[in-house]
Ligand binder design. Structure first.
Ligand SMILES: [Zn+2]
Length: 82
């Protein structure tokens, strides 16, 4: 019985550490679509054509990031603001 409790505590600790060590709530749904802070190595997909490119080369726009000015313009034309 004692061993089982120890095992449960260990499993709980591993899960807790894997989630970042923060107790309580999980990440709440944020109103903003994407975090502005990202490492240059982060790969993102163009919201218009799906091309993968480094975040540093991506153009942020409404509804996502884009591989170029033309796709951002095309996407925003296709999706008028609400
Ligand atoms: Zn594109």
């Amino acid at each position: 019985m004692g061993k089982l409790i120890v095992l449960l505590v260990v499993v709980f600790l591993i899960v807790w550490l894997a989630r970042g060590g923060r107790p309580g709530r999980s990440a709440p749904p944020s109103p903003t679509p994407a975090k502005p802070a990202a490492t240059p190595d982060t790969i993102v997909a163009c919201a218009h054509c799906g091309l993968h490119l480094p975040q540093a080369d991506a153009l942020p726009g409404r509804g996502g990031v884009f591989c170029g000015e033309a796709h951002r313009a095309a996407f925003e034309r296709a999706q008028p603001p609400q």
